[in-house]
Design a protein around this ligand. Structure first.
Ligand SMILES: Cc1ncc(COP(=O)(O)O)c(C=O)c1O
Length: 399
Protein backbone atom coordinates (compact mmCIF):
# COMPACT_ATOMS: atom_id res chain seq x y z
CA UNK A 1 0.00 0.00 0.00
CA UNK A 2 1.52 3.32 -1.12
CA UNK A 3 0.46 5.57 1.76
CA UNK A 4 2.13 8.77 0.56
CA UNK A 5 -0.29 9.12 -2.35
CA UNK A 6 -2.85 11.22 -0.47
CA UNK A 7 -0.12 13.49 0.90
CA UNK A 8 1.39 14.04 -2.54
CA UNK A 9 -2.02 14.74 -4.03
CA UNK A 10 -2.75 17.27 -1.28
CA UNK A 11 0.56 18.99 -1.97
CA UNK A 12 -0.21 19.20 -5.70
CA UNK A 13 -3.63 20.63 -4.91
CA UNK A 14 -2.17 23.21 -2.56
CA UNK A 15 0.14 24.44 -5.34
CA UNK A 16 -2.70 24.56 -7.89
CA UNK A 17 -1.10 21.71 -9.82
CA UNK A 18 -3.59 18.87 -9.35
CA UNK A 19 -4.72 17.37 -12.66
CA UNK A 20 -7.82 15.33 -13.38
CA UNK A 21 -9.21 13.47 -16.34
CA UNK A 22 -12.37 14.58 -18.13
CA UNK A 23 -14.04 11.81 -20.16
CA UNK A 24 -15.48 13.15 -23.40
CA UNK A 25 -18.37 11.40 -25.17
CA UNK A 26 -16.79 11.89 -28.61
CA UNK A 27 -13.88 13.39 -30.55
CA UNK A 28 -14.07 16.22 -33.05
CA UNK A 29 -13.94 19.97 -33.46
CA UNK A 30 -17.53 20.40 -32.30
CA UNK A 31 -18.69 18.03 -29.62
CA UNK A 32 -21.70 17.74 -27.32
CA UNK A 33 -20.97 17.53 -23.59
CA UNK A 34 -23.92 16.96 -21.26
CA UNK A 35 -26.32 18.18 -23.95
CA UNK A 36 -24.32 21.36 -24.60
CA UNK A 37 -22.52 22.14 -27.90
CA UNK A 38 -18.85 22.79 -27.30
CA UNK A 39 -16.10 24.02 -29.64
CA UNK A 40 -13.03 21.90 -28.97
CA UNK A 41 -9.79 23.91 -28.86
CA UNK A 42 -7.84 21.20 -27.04
CA UNK A 43 -7.47 18.59 -29.77
CA UNK A 44 -4.38 18.04 -31.92
CA UNK A 45 -6.47 16.59 -34.74
CA UNK A 46 -5.46 19.65 -36.75
CA UNK A 47 -6.62 18.39 -40.15
CA UNK A 48 -9.82 16.77 -38.85
CA UNK A 49 -8.68 13.33 -40.02
CA UNK A 50 -9.43 11.37 -36.83
CA UNK A 51 -13.09 10.97 -37.85
CA UNK A 52 -12.52 10.87 -41.60
CA UNK A 53 -14.44 8.04 -43.30
CA UNK A 54 -11.42 7.07 -45.42
CA UNK A 55 -9.27 6.54 -42.31
CA UNK A 56 -12.01 4.55 -40.58
CA UNK A 57 -12.44 2.30 -43.61
CA UNK A 58 -8.69 1.76 -43.94
CA UNK A 59 -8.48 0.84 -40.24
CA UNK A 60 -11.37 -1.63 -40.58
CA UNK A 61 -9.82 -3.20 -43.67
CA UNK A 62 -6.46 -3.59 -41.91
CA UNK A 63 -8.16 -5.22 -38.91
CA UNK A 64 -10.13 -7.62 -41.13
CA UNK A 65 -6.95 -8.66 -42.92
CA UNK A 66 -4.41 -8.72 -40.07
CA UNK A 67 -6.46 -8.85 -36.85
CA UNK A 68 -6.39 -6.52 -33.87
CA UNK A 69 -2.82 -6.78 -32.68
CA UNK A 70 0.66 -7.04 -34.18
CA UNK A 71 1.05 -9.98 -31.72
CA UNK A 72 4.76 -9.49 -30.94
CA UNK A 73 7.62 -7.04 -31.11
CA UNK A 74 8.80 -6.14 -34.61
CA UNK A 75 11.98 -8.24 -34.27
CA UNK A 76 9.87 -11.32 -33.48
CA UNK A 77 6.61 -12.00 -35.34
CA UNK A 78 5.19 -8.47 -35.03
CA UNK A 79 6.68 -6.99 -38.20
CA UNK A 80 3.90 -6.97 -40.80
CA UNK A 81 4.04 -6.07 -44.48
CA UNK A 82 1.76 -3.19 -43.48
CA UNK A 83 4.56 -1.73 -41.31
CA UNK A 84 6.88 -1.73 -44.31
CA UNK A 85 4.23 -0.23 -46.59
CA UNK A 86 3.57 2.59 -44.13
CA UNK A 87 7.30 3.19 -43.68
CA UNK A 88 7.84 3.57 -47.41
CA UNK A 89 4.81 5.94 -47.60
CA UNK A 90 6.33 7.99 -44.76
CA UNK A 91 9.80 8.16 -46.26
CA UNK A 92 8.27 9.36 -49.55
CA UNK A 93 6.21 11.98 -47.71
CA UNK A 94 9.24 13.15 -45.73
CA UNK A 95 11.61 12.86 -48.69
CA UNK A 96 14.12 10.78 -46.73
CA UNK A 97 15.72 7.47 -47.61
CA UNK A 98 14.01 5.58 -44.83
CA UNK A 99 11.48 5.72 -42.00
CA UNK A 100 10.80 3.61 -38.92
CA UNK A 101 7.50 3.43 -37.05
CA UNK A 102 7.38 3.29 -33.24
CA UNK A 103 4.54 2.76 -30.74
CA UNK A 104 4.06 6.52 -30.22
CA UNK A 105 5.85 9.83 -30.71
CA UNK A 106 6.94 9.68 -27.06
CA UNK A 107 8.48 6.23 -27.55
CA UNK A 108 10.15 7.43 -30.76
CA UNK A 109 11.94 10.22 -28.89
CA UNK A 110 12.99 7.91 -26.05
CA UNK A 111 14.38 5.42 -28.58
CA UNK A 112 16.08 7.89 -30.92
CA UNK A 113 17.86 10.00 -28.28
CA UNK A 114 18.96 7.06 -26.15
CA UNK A 115 20.30 5.22 -29.22
CA UNK A 116 22.05 8.06 -31.03
CA UNK A 117 23.60 9.61 -27.90
CA UNK A 118 25.45 7.84 -25.13
CA UNK A 119 27.65 8.49 -22.08
CA UNK A 120 30.38 10.99 -22.99
CA UNK A 121 28.37 12.57 -25.83
CA UNK A 122 27.01 16.13 -25.78
CA UNK A 123 23.34 16.94 -26.45
CA UNK A 124 22.27 20.56 -26.95
CA UNK A 125 18.56 20.91 -26.31
CA UNK A 126 16.21 23.89 -26.59
CA UNK A 127 14.99 24.79 -23.12
CA UNK A 128 11.34 24.39 -24.17
CA UNK A 129 11.73 20.96 -25.78
CA UNK A 130 9.02 18.39 -25.10
CA UNK A 131 9.21 16.01 -22.11
CA UNK A 132 9.81 13.03 -24.41
CA UNK A 133 12.98 14.64 -25.78
CA UNK A 134 14.16 15.53 -22.29
CA UNK A 135 13.53 11.99 -21.06
CA UNK A 136 15.28 10.53 -24.12
CA UNK A 137 18.36 12.63 -23.34
CA UNK A 138 18.25 11.53 -19.70
CA UNK A 139 18.10 7.89 -20.75
CA UNK A 140 21.11 8.38 -23.05
CA UNK A 141 23.27 9.52 -20.10
CA UNK A 142 24.96 12.05 -22.41
CA UNK A 143 25.92 15.53 -21.11
CA UNK A 144 22.90 17.75 -21.64
CA UNK A 145 23.20 21.49 -22.34
CA UNK A 146 19.88 23.36 -22.36
CA UNK A 147 20.13 26.51 -24.43
CA UNK A 148 17.74 29.43 -23.96
CA UNK A 149 14.65 29.09 -26.11
CA UNK A 150 15.61 29.69 -29.76
CA UNK A 151 18.70 31.61 -28.64
CA UNK A 152 21.30 30.76 -31.29
CA UNK A 153 24.04 32.88 -29.65
CA UNK A 154 23.62 30.88 -26.43
CA UNK A 155 23.67 27.61 -28.37
CA UNK A 156 26.84 28.62 -30.21
CA UNK A 157 28.48 29.61 -26.96
CA UNK A 158 27.73 26.18 -25.47
CA UNK A 159 28.94 24.42 -28.62
CA UNK A 160 32.18 26.40 -28.52
CA UNK A 161 32.81 25.64 -24.85
CA UNK A 162 32.45 21.90 -25.38
CA UNK A 163 34.35 21.91 -28.69
CA UNK A 164 37.56 20.35 -27.40
CA UNK A 165 35.93 17.64 -25.30
CA UNK A 166 35.70 14.19 -26.85
CA UNK A 167 32.29 12.74 -27.76
CA UNK A 168 29.59 13.20 -30.38
CA UNK A 169 27.59 16.42 -30.54
CA UNK A 170 23.83 16.43 -31.15
CA UNK A 171 21.51 19.43 -31.44
CA UNK A 172 17.84 18.75 -30.83
CA UNK A 173 14.84 21.04 -31.22
CA UNK A 174 11.16 20.96 -31.99
CA UNK A 175 10.17 22.77 -35.18
CA UNK A 176 6.75 24.02 -34.05
CA UNK A 177 6.89 24.21 -30.24
CA UNK A 178 4.00 22.30 -28.74
CA UNK A 179 3.00 24.73 -26.00
CA UNK A 180 4.05 28.04 -27.60
CA UNK A 181 3.24 27.47 -31.26
CA UNK A 182 6.36 29.36 -32.32
CA UNK A 183 8.88 28.01 -34.81
CA UNK A 184 12.57 27.24 -34.28
CA UNK A 185 15.17 29.04 -36.45
CA UNK A 186 15.88 25.92 -38.48
CA UNK A 187 18.30 27.46 -40.99
CA UNK A 188 20.50 28.76 -38.16
CA UNK A 189 20.30 25.44 -36.31
CA UNK A 190 21.36 23.64 -39.46
CA UNK A 191 24.28 26.05 -40.01
CA UNK A 192 25.48 25.66 -36.43
CA UNK A 193 25.19 21.88 -36.70
CA UNK A 194 27.43 21.79 -39.75
CA UNK A 195 29.89 24.38 -38.36
CA UNK A 196 30.36 22.40 -35.11
CA UNK A 197 30.09 18.93 -36.70
CA UNK A 198 26.94 18.14 -34.75
CA UNK A 199 24.09 15.86 -35.71
CA UNK A 200 20.74 17.68 -36.02
CA UNK A 201 17.50 16.12 -34.78
CA UNK A 202 14.23 17.98 -35.40
CA UNK A 203 10.94 16.97 -33.80
CA UNK A 204 8.16 17.91 -36.23
CA UNK A 205 5.30 16.40 -34.16
CA UNK A 206 3.09 19.50 -34.48
CA UNK A 207 4.16 20.44 -38.00
CA UNK A 208 3.77 17.24 -39.99
CA UNK A 209 0.56 17.28 -42.01
CA UNK A 210 0.27 21.05 -41.60
CA UNK A 211 3.48 22.70 -42.77
CA UNK A 212 5.61 22.20 -45.84
CA UNK A 213 5.54 20.44 -49.15
CA UNK A 214 3.12 17.49 -48.94
CA UNK A 215 2.77 18.10 -45.22
CA UNK A 216 6.38 17.05 -44.60
CA UNK A 217 6.86 19.71 -41.89
CA UNK A 218 8.72 22.99 -41.45
CA UNK A 219 11.94 21.41 -42.79
CA UNK A 220 10.09 20.99 -46.07
CA UNK A 221 8.74 24.52 -46.54
CA UNK A 222 9.64 25.46 -50.12
CA UNK A 223 12.51 27.93 -50.15
CA UNK A 224 13.33 27.27 -46.48
CA UNK A 225 14.24 23.60 -46.71
CA UNK A 226 16.85 22.03 -44.47
CA UNK A 227 18.08 18.43 -44.23
CA UNK A 228 18.39 17.42 -40.58
CA UNK A 229 19.99 14.05 -39.91
CA UNK A 230 16.84 12.84 -38.21
CA UNK A 231 13.23 14.06 -38.24
CA UNK A 232 10.80 12.83 -35.61
CA UNK A 233 7.10 12.66 -36.39
CA UNK A 234 3.88 11.42 -34.89
CA UNK A 235 0.87 9.72 -36.41
CA UNK A 236 -1.23 10.95 -33.48
CA UNK A 237 -1.81 14.62 -34.25
CA UNK A 238 -2.48 15.96 -37.79
CA UNK A 239 -2.47 12.38 -39.13
CA UNK A 240 -5.46 11.61 -36.89
CA UNK A 241 -4.45 8.19 -35.53
CA UNK A 242 -1.81 6.84 -33.20
CA UNK A 243 1.89 5.99 -33.37
CA UNK A 244 5.20 7.73 -33.96
CA UNK A 245 7.96 7.58 -36.53
CA UNK A 246 11.43 8.67 -37.43
CA UNK A 247 12.44 9.78 -40.94
CA UNK A 248 16.15 9.23 -41.50
CA UNK A 249 18.87 7.48 -43.50
CA UNK A 250 18.90 3.74 -44.10
CA UNK A 251 21.80 3.28 -41.68
CA UNK A 252 20.17 5.28 -38.85
CA UNK A 253 17.03 3.16 -39.33
CA UNK A 254 19.09 -0.04 -39.07
CA UNK A 255 20.89 1.27 -36.00
CA UNK A 256 17.58 2.11 -34.28
CA UNK A 257 16.24 -1.38 -35.03
CA UNK A 258 19.32 -2.72 -33.24
CA UNK A 259 19.54 -0.26 -30.36
CA UNK A 260 16.27 1.54 -29.57
CA UNK A 261 14.87 -0.18 -26.51
CA UNK A 262 11.42 1.40 -26.93
CA UNK A 263 11.34 -0.24 -30.39
CA UNK A 264 12.90 -3.59 -29.54
CA UNK A 265 11.09 -4.38 -26.32
CA UNK A 266 7.57 -3.32 -27.26
CA UNK A 267 4.86 -4.83 -29.44
CA UNK A 268 4.60 -3.49 -33.00
CA UNK A 269 2.03 -0.81 -33.80
CA UNK A 270 -1.34 -2.54 -34.37
CA UNK A 271 -2.91 -2.99 -37.84
CA UNK A 272 -5.76 -0.47 -37.29
CA UNK A 273 -3.20 2.32 -36.62
CA UNK A 274 -1.09 1.29 -39.61
CA UNK A 275 -4.08 1.21 -41.95
CA UNK A 276 -5.46 4.57 -40.86
CA UNK A 277 -2.01 6.16 -41.01
CA UNK A 278 -1.54 4.98 -44.61
CA UNK A 279 -4.88 6.57 -45.54
CA UNK A 280 -3.93 9.80 -43.73
CA UNK A 281 -0.59 9.99 -45.55
CA UNK A 282 -2.40 9.45 -48.88
CA UNK A 283 -4.81 12.31 -48.12
CA UNK A 284 -2.15 14.69 -46.83
CA UNK A 285 0.30 14.09 -49.66
CA UNK A 286 -2.37 14.53 -52.33
CA UNK A 287 -2.08 18.30 -51.81
CA UNK A 288 1.05 20.35 -52.50
CA UNK A 289 0.73 22.29 -49.22
CA UNK A 290 -2.11 20.72 -47.21
CA UNK A 291 -1.98 23.08 -44.22
CA UNK A 292 -2.59 26.32 -46.10
CA UNK A 293 -6.30 26.64 -45.26
CA UNK A 294 -5.77 25.76 -41.59
CA UNK A 295 -2.94 28.24 -41.21
CA UNK A 296 -4.97 31.02 -42.85
CA UNK A 297 -7.83 30.27 -40.46
CA UNK A 298 -5.43 30.39 -37.52
CA UNK A 299 -3.97 33.69 -38.71
CA UNK A 300 -7.46 35.26 -38.95
CA UNK A 301 -8.36 33.96 -35.49
CA UNK A 302 -5.12 35.31 -34.04
CA UNK A 303 -5.88 38.74 -35.45
CA UNK A 304 -9.48 38.59 -34.09
CA UNK A 305 -8.12 37.84 -30.62
CA UNK A 306 -5.65 40.71 -30.75
CA UNK A 307 -8.43 43.03 -31.97
CA UNK A 308 -10.23 42.03 -28.74
CA UNK A 309 -7.18 43.39 -26.86
CA UNK A 310 -5.87 39.97 -25.86
CA UNK A 311 -2.11 40.02 -25.67
CA UNK A 312 -0.81 37.20 -27.83
CA UNK A 313 2.63 36.15 -29.03
CA UNK A 314 3.01 36.81 -32.77
CA UNK A 315 1.21 34.44 -35.12
CA UNK A 316 3.32 31.50 -36.28
CA UNK A 317 1.22 28.34 -36.37
CA UNK A 318 -2.13 26.68 -35.61
CA UNK A 319 -1.21 26.65 -31.89
CA UNK A 320 -2.12 29.91 -30.16
CA UNK A 321 -1.22 30.30 -26.48
CA UNK A 322 -2.67 32.93 -24.17
CA UNK A 323 -0.25 33.19 -21.29
CA UNK A 324 -1.92 33.83 -17.96
CA UNK A 325 0.88 33.22 -15.47
CA UNK A 326 -0.65 31.83 -12.29
CA UNK A 327 -1.86 28.24 -11.94
CA UNK A 328 -5.17 29.06 -10.23
CA UNK A 329 -5.85 31.94 -12.64
CA UNK A 330 -5.45 29.73 -15.69
CA UNK A 331 -7.86 27.17 -14.28
CA UNK A 332 -10.45 29.87 -13.54
CA UNK A 333 -9.99 31.11 -17.11
CA UNK A 334 -10.44 27.61 -18.51
CA UNK A 335 -13.58 27.04 -16.39
CA UNK A 336 -15.05 30.33 -17.53
CA UNK A 337 -14.35 29.35 -21.17
CA UNK A 338 -16.03 26.02 -20.57
CA UNK A 339 -19.19 27.77 -19.29
CA UNK A 340 -19.18 29.70 -22.57
CA UNK A 341 -19.07 26.50 -24.66
CA UNK A 342 -15.34 26.35 -25.36
CA UNK A 343 -13.17 23.39 -24.41
CA UNK A 344 -9.80 25.01 -23.70
CA UNK A 345 -7.70 23.22 -21.10
CA UNK A 346 -5.33 25.09 -18.82
CA UNK A 347 -1.68 24.09 -19.18
CA UNK A 348 0.42 24.36 -16.02
CA UNK A 349 3.93 23.45 -14.87
CA UNK A 350 5.74 21.14 -15.31
CA UNK A 351 4.35 21.07 -18.88
CA UNK A 352 5.31 24.76 -19.13
CA UNK A 353 7.82 26.74 -17.02
CA UNK A 354 6.64 28.05 -13.62
CA UNK A 355 4.81 31.37 -13.88
CA UNK A 356 3.77 30.78 -17.51
CA UNK A 357 0.55 28.79 -17.07
CA UNK A 358 -1.57 29.30 -20.15
CA UNK A 359 -4.48 28.24 -22.23
CA UNK A 360 -3.37 26.67 -25.49
CA UNK A 361 -5.81 27.20 -28.33
CA UNK A 362 -5.37 24.57 -30.95
CA UNK A 363 -7.10 25.29 -34.27
CA UNK A 364 -8.60 22.48 -36.33
CA UNK A 365 -9.82 22.54 -39.90
CA UNK A 366 -13.51 21.98 -39.09
CA UNK A 367 -13.84 25.28 -37.20
CA UNK A 368 -15.93 27.70 -39.24
CA UNK A 369 -15.17 31.42 -39.45
CA UNK A 370 -18.44 32.29 -37.70
CA UNK A 371 -17.75 29.84 -34.85
CA UNK A 372 -14.29 31.39 -34.48
CA UNK A 373 -15.71 34.92 -34.43
CA UNK A 374 -18.07 33.92 -31.58
CA UNK A 375 -15.24 32.14 -29.82
CA UNK A 376 -13.01 35.22 -29.97
CA UNK A 377 -15.75 37.30 -28.27
CA UNK A 378 -16.28 34.61 -25.64
CA UNK A 379 -12.53 34.38 -24.91
CA UNK A 380 -12.28 38.16 -24.52
CA UNK A 381 -15.30 38.15 -22.15
CA UNK A 382 -13.85 35.31 -20.10
CA UNK A 383 -10.47 37.07 -19.88
CA UNK A 384 -12.26 40.19 -18.67
CA UNK A 385 -14.23 38.19 -16.09
CA UNK A 386 -11.15 36.60 -14.58
CA UNK A 387 -9.13 39.79 -14.91
CA UNK A 388 -6.34 38.65 -17.20
CA UNK A 389 -7.03 40.72 -20.31
CA UNK A 390 -4.45 43.33 -19.42
CA UNK A 391 -1.95 41.08 -17.70
CA UNK A 392 -1.30 38.51 -20.43
CA UNK A 393 2.40 38.52 -21.11
CA UNK A 394 4.04 37.46 -24.33
CA UNK A 395 7.66 37.04 -23.44
CA UNK A 396 7.72 34.95 -20.29
CA UNK A 397 8.26 31.58 -21.96
CA UNK A 398 11.60 32.64 -23.37
CA UNK A 399 13.76 31.79 -20.42
C1 LIG B 1 6.97 17.90 -29.62
C2 LIG B 1 6.35 16.57 -29.31
N1 LIG B 1 7.04 15.47 -29.56
C3 LIG B 1 6.52 14.25 -29.30
C4 LIG B 1 5.27 14.12 -28.75
C5 LIG B 1 4.75 12.76 -28.45
O1 LIG B 1 3.90 12.31 -29.48
P1 LIG B 1 2.78 11.22 -29.20
O2 LIG B 1 1.58 11.95 -28.70
O3 LIG B 1 2.57 10.56 -30.53
O4 LIG B 1 3.32 10.28 -28.18
C6 LIG B 1 4.51 15.24 -28.49
C7 LIG B 1 3.15 15.10 -27.92
O5 LIG B 1 2.52 15.94 -27.43
C8 LIG B 1 5.06 16.51 -28.77
O6 LIG B 1 4.38 17.62 -28.50
Amino acid sequence: MYDNAEQELASLEERGLLRDLQALPETGGKIVIEGKKVLNFSSNDYMGLARDQRLKEAAVEAVSRYGCGATASRLLAGHLTLHEELESDLSRMMDTDAALVFGSGFLTNLGVLSSLAGPGDHVFSDRLNHASLIDGIRLSRAHCYRYRHKDMAHLEDLLKKSQDTPGKRIIVSESVFSMDGDIAPLKELSELASRYHAMLIIDEAHAIGVFGRQGGGVCRIPGREIQPDVIIGTLSKALGGYGGFVACSVSVRRLLINKARSFIYSTGLPPACLGSARAAVRIITSEPEPGTTLLEKARRFHSLLTQHSLKMPDFESQILPIIVGGNEDVMRFSESLSRKGLLVKGVRPPTVPPGTARVRLSLTLSMTDSALEQAACAIAEAAEEVGIALHGSTGVTTQ
